[in-house]
Design a protein around this ligand. Structure first.
Ligand SMILES: Nc1ncnc2c1ncn2[C@@H]1O[C@H](COP(=O)(O)OP(=O)(O)OP(=O)(O)O)[C@@H](O)[C@H]1O
Ligand SMILES: [Mg+2]
Length: 268
C-alpha cells in the first residue's frame, strides 16, 4: 500500500526580519498517518519550521505544500485541518475562560452550540482537564496551560496534529497519559521535542535539525540509537540506548519496558 504524501517541503529558507537565518534549504516529506519527531538543540529551527506548516511564517523561497492545499488560497481550510500547538501556551490562549478557548475553533468552523459543547468536553477529557471549563487560562500553571493548548487544537478534530514541545513542564502522570493518548491517536503527527523517550514511544520517523538544516533523517530506531550523531549535535540518546550500548549489547532497546524485559533475560 502506498500512502499519500501529506506534507512536502522543498528548498525552504527562512530569515527573520532581524537577519537571523533560521532555516536553510529544508527538504522533507511526510506521509499520511506517520508520526514524525523533529529533534534538534535550542535554536536549531524546529519551531520556525512548524510555523510554516499553517502559514504563520512564509519562507523567503522554496515550496511548502500541505494536503495538496494552496498556502495563499486555502489558508482558512489549512488552519482548520492542521492543528498547531505552540511552544508557549501564552501564544495560544487568549480567552477569559478555558471553555471559550477550547470552543473558539469549533465556533469559528460554524458548528451548533451542542456540537461545540460536545467537542469541548471531548478535547478536555483527552488531555484530562475536565472541570477546568470556567477557569481563567491566565491563572493556570504552565503545565495546565500546555494541556489546555493541546485541547484547543483537538476540539477542531484536525487531520494533522503539530505539537511544539508537548511534554515540557508537564508532570510525569500527565506526560504518560499524553503519550498514551498520542500513541492511540492515529492521525498524522509532527512533534518538535527534546524528550527523546517520548519520541521513542510515539514516533515512527525522526528528522534531526541543526543550524536550520536537516542533517539526518530516518526511522526512530536508527536515529535514536546513534549516540555519536545525537551527542555531536547537542542531544542525548534515550536512557535505554546509553545503558545497553555501555554493556556492549547489540540491537539496543529504545523504551524502558523493552529494556526491563531484556535485562531480566540477561540476568536469568
Ligand atoms: N522572532 C524572531 N526573531 C529573530 N530571530 C528569531 C525569532 N524567533 C526565533 N529566532 C531565531 O531563529 C533560530 C531558530 O529558532 P527556533 O525558535 O526555531 O529554534 P528551536 O529549534 O525551536 O529552539 P528551542 O529548542 O529552543 O525551542 C534561532 O537562532 C532563534 O534565535
Ligand atoms: Mg522551539
Amino acid at each position: 500500500m502506498t500512502s499519500k504524501k501529506i506534507v512536502e517541503i522543498k528548498d525552504l529558507n527562512y530569515t527573520y526580519p532581524d537577519g537571523t537565518e533560521a532555516l536553510r534549504g529544508i527538504n522533507l516529506e511526510i506521509f499520511e498517518g506517520e508520526s514524525v519527531g523533529l529533534i534538534g538543540p535550542n535554536g536549531s529551527g524546529k519551531s520556525t519550521l512548524l510555523l510554516h506548516l499553517n502559514g504563520i511564517l512564509r519562507g523567503n523561497n522554496g515550496l511548502v505544500r500541505v494536503m495538496d492545499m494552496d498556502m495563499d488560497k486555502d489558508i482558512k481550510e489549512i488552519r482548520s485541518k492542521i492543528g498547531l500547538v505552540f511552544q508557549d501556551p501564552d501564544d495560544q490562549l487568549f480567552s477569559p475562560s478555558v471553555f471559550d478557548d477550547v470552543a473558539f475553533g469549533p465556533i469559528n468552523m460554524g458548528f451548533s452550540r451542542d456540537e461545540v459543547e460536545r467537542r469541548v468536553e471531548m478535547a478536555l477529557s483527552q488531555v484530562d482537564m475536565h472541570g477546568y471549563e470556567e477557569r481563567s487560562p491566565h491563572h493556570l500553571s504552565f503545565g495546565e496551560k500546555k494541556r489546555i493548548s493541546i485541547a484547543t487544537v483537538l476540539s477542531m478534530n484536525p487531520e494533522i496534529l503539530v505539537l511544539d514541545e508537548p511534554t515540557s513542564n508537564v508532570d510525569p502522570r500527565a506526560r504518560k497519559e499524553l503519550i498514551e493518548f498520542l500513541k492511540s491517536f492515529g492521525i498524522t503527527k509532527i512533534i518538535a521535542t527534546h524528550d527523546m523517550d517520548m519520541v521513542a514511544e510515539v514516533c515512527d520517523k525522526v528528522f534531526l535539525l541543526y543550524n536550520g538544516k536537516i542533517i539526518a533523517k530516518g526511522y526512530v530506531k536508527e536515529i535514536l540509537s546513534d549516540i555519536d550523531l545525537l551527542e555531536s549535535h547537542g542531544l542525548e540518546p534515550p536512557t535505554m540506548v546509553r545503558l545497553f550500548k555501555e554493556i556492549n549489547q547489540k540491537n539496543v532497546p529504545l523504551r524502558l519496558e523493552e529494556g526491563i524485559e531484556r535485562l531480566k533475560k540477561i540476568m536469568e
